[in-house]
Design a protein around this ligand. Sequence first.
Ligand code: SF4
Length: 269
Amino acid sequence: MKVSQYYSNENVEWYNPMFNDYDIVYCSKIFNFTDNYKYPIKANKVYKGGSGYGLNNKLPKEIENCKPDYNLYAENYAMGFTTRGCIRNCPFCVVPEKEGKIKPVGDIYDFWEEQDKLKLLDNNLTAHDEQFKRILNQLIDEEIKVDFSQGLDIRLITPEKAKLLSKVKLWKQIHFAFDYPEIEEQVKEGIKILKNNGVKGYKMMFYVLIGYNTTKEQDLHRVRLLDDLGVDPFVMPYDKSENYQRNFARWVNHKAIFKSVSWENYRKT
Ligand code: SF4
């Protein structure tokens, strides 16, 4: 979207080699397991970007600093980053290697164009206290409905942050992660702080990574615990091709089934 904006004085369109020749083609790919485009790309110059192609390819500053072209996908919401990087080093995540330690890179006014809704792409906004406060206050003042799409860090929730979260308008549930069984006490404490400061349980959703380095018993314990604490678990299988991971995710993520059928009975079906 930023590339499209940068070339807004030219003819920008989706690649369609049947009908047109191109000077420049930009390809993007988020995941390294996504298939590459199968055919030779017909253009004078081809740029490939995104984590799927490698962790070092970055947009030049003059493109990175553009506002997104929201007409490209005809979306009715704003989206962008206000920080890059993260303070943690989760072994399954490319963010630390790709973006390094957390740093502010702007604020909502760099990409918001008065839309009602805004998707924040920050990987761990909670890890930067000042920026968290600044961005949350902007969202509250502008009365924008927000989706913290990459999740917030439950281990870093404080009463001050929880109060801000209780004031912001939500577009989607607030996403957190309970990937490691050993953070159980911090998860409980974080939920308690949020609830004590006005964030209701049904507004919280926790990603639960399975199939990476946890046992089936730990998986079941985490989703049951979250349910008991009045928040929604959402299972993320590390390897979707594995039967157990696929079935367990299907059971938990179908809320009506999760609430009415036990895992023991679901397994038998
Ligand atoms: S907290 Fe999130 S963004 Fe940070 S390293 Fe872990 S998975 Fe990646």
